[in-house]
Each structure stands twice: as C-alpha cells, then as structure tokens.
Ligand binder design. Structure first.
Ligand SMILES: Nc1ncnc2c1ncn2[C@@H]1O[C@H](COP(=O)(O)OP(=O)(O)O)[C@@H](O)[C@H]1O
Ligand SMILES: [Mg+2]
Length: 291
C-alpha cells in the first residue's frame, strides 16, 4: 500500500483517542505484523451517528488464508468488513474507536489516502455489479484508474484467467459484461478486483444472489485465489464457511443494553469453531437455533 499517499480527510472524524491513550498501538501492531498477520483489526467501538453498531471485535487476518465472518443478520458482519478498506467512509456519521492496521500501517491515519487503501484492498459485493461496458473494459477499469502503463491485453487476460472466466469469454471480450449470467458476472467482478493485484480481497456474501452451481464455482475459485491473495468473506451460509474458510469469526448481537450492538463471540480455525465451539451462543447458532 502506498501509505505515503497524502490526502487527509478532515470531513471524516475517526476518534482514536481511546486507543492511543491505552497503549502504544504502533509498536504492538508491529509485533503482531511480525507474527504473520496481514491485517490487524481492533474495533473497540464503531458508531453510525449515535448508534453503537459494533463493539469489542479484534480480528487478525492471516495472509493466504480465507477468513469468514458469520453471524445473524444485523450483527455487523458487513460493517466490520467495510471497515477493513475504509468503505464505511462513505457513510455519514461513521466513527471508529480502535485501529485497523494493514501490513503494520494504520489505514485510518490522517495522512493515508482512502483511495490508495481501497486499491490495495479490493471488494466484491453481494449483487454482481459489472459496469455497463464491455467485459474487457470492466476488467481494465481499475487499471486505467491507476494509470497502469503496462500491457493491458496481458493483464486483462491474466485477471480473467485468475477469475476462472477466460475460457468462457475469450471470444467475446468486447460484448457487454451485463449480458453474462449471474455467476459469470460475479466472476467478472472478481476479475475486475484482482486485475489491480490487490493484497487483500474482501467479499460480502458474494454468492447469495447465485444458484448452487455458480456458488460452488465461486467457492472453488476462492480456494484457487488464496494461493496468491488473502480473502475475507462475509457469508450467512455455514456450509460455505466450512467448505472454504481457514478461520471463522462468529459475531452476535447484544440486546442487553436495549440496543442492537454486534460483537465478536469467538474467532478460531474453522474446523475447531464448528467441531468444538467454546461458547454456548456459538453452539446454538451452528445448531441452527436462530438465524
Ligand atoms: N449505512 C448505515 N447507516 C446506519 N446504520 C447502519 C448502516 N449500515 C448498517 N447499519 C446498522 O448497523 C448494524 C450492522 O449492520 P450490518 O453490518 O449490515 O450487519 P450484517 O452484515 O451482519 O447483516 C445494523 O443494526 C444495521 O442496521
Ligand atoms: Mg451484511
């Protein structure tokens, strides 16, 4: 990440006083970065306006792994995911107490350009959202934005191959991305995201709009991609978490204070979390007692 990219955002208030008064985060984080994590997310409190949406959620993310976030609707899975590449900056009233470090750098530091952060940390959404342009231009889009100076044809082909779409589209690269099937459109969005070679790929329920065959295709693709990328995925599908994720975070909603605040219950290697959950709430959730 180009952490030297300077573009302070005075319009966005990130209240980090709490963290800085508690401990020297930078030295602590460098230690944890040295432990092999790519992302060190420590959310103490995350607000939308006055609403405390998420509290007490620490999520170290390990490179070349797939990390999944599971939990009932409204527990803050998307909110946490969006905090990892400053996508929440677009939401008026968003405020974070805590820190998110990427490769040891604080992505919310005042001198860091959020656009540069999103370039290093790509995102794929629930609904496939190809742009109304050709397949080729969809994939080349981010490259043009980044003023990429290399061979476009080569990079577009590589991204489409990485996204397991090349064979299906190589003869119609200049037709509209919107003419593809839903599953192909989602793979096109993955190709668009990987074309700029991000360090980390965030996916928010990327299969929920897809049929089971297209879903399995994307799951296979994620397993291939993790050779070269690190992936964090939100899923409401517990089988999917078990099929693809190395590590799983279970979030839940705390209603005891009269609010609806999401927080992390447990975060463990996926098999351990499902085979031997430590917490009663996790046990109940994976038994399907609530959704
Ligand atoms: N843009 C927003 N503005 C205000 N509140 C929001 C916004 N997005 C999400 N929330 C609230 O934050 C909480 C967590 O939402 P979300 O992260 O979407 O949960 P999940 O992805 O687990 O379903 C919910 O109470 C939701 O209503
Ligand atoms: Mg969500």
């Amino acid at each position: 990440m180009n952490v030297d990219a300077v573009s302070p955002r005075p319009d966005i208030h990130h209240d980090r006083t709490h963290t800085s008064s508690m401990r020297p985060i930078d030295s602590a984080t460098h230690d944890r970065a040295a432990d092999g994590m790519i992302m060190d997310c420590r959310i103490q409190k995350l607000f939308y306006g006055n609403f405390l949406a998420v509290r007490d959620t620490d999520l170290p993310i390990i490179p070349n792994e797939i990390t999944s976030f599971i939990g009932p609707s409204g527990c803050g899975k998307s909110t946490v995911l969006r905090s990892l590449n400053r996508m929440n900056d677009f939401i008026v009233g968003f405020r974070l107490q805590g820190s998110v470090h990427f490769r040891g750098h604080d992505i919310y530091a005042s001198h860091v350009d959020a656009v540069a952060v999103r370039r290093s940390i790509g995102m794929v959404f629930q609904q496939p959202n190809p742009f109304a342009m050709s397949i080729y231009k969809n994939v080349a889009f981010g490259l043009r934005l980044n003023r990429f100076k290399g061979d476009y044809d080569e990079r577009v082909e590589k991204a489409l191959r990485d996204a397991a779409l090349w064979d299906e589209v190589k003869d119609k690269l200049h037709t509209s991305g919107l003419a593809l099937s839903g599953g192909q459109q989602q793979r096109l969005c993955i190709a668009r995201a990987v074309a700029v070679e991000p360090d980390l790929l965030l996916m928010d329920e990327p299969c929920s709009a897809l049929d089971p065959i297209a879903t399995r295709r994307i799951e296979e693709l994620m397993l291939e991609l993790k050779e070269h990328y690190t992936i964090a995925i939100v899923t409401h599908n517990l089988q999917q978490a078990q099929r693809v994720a190395d590590r799983t975070a279970f979030l839940f909603v705390d209603t005891t204070q009269g609010g609806r605040t999401g927080y992390l219950i447990e975060y463990r290697p996926t098999k351990e979390l499902f085979d031997d959950p430590h917490e009663e709430t996790t046990k109940a959730y994976i038994r399907g007692e609530f959704s």
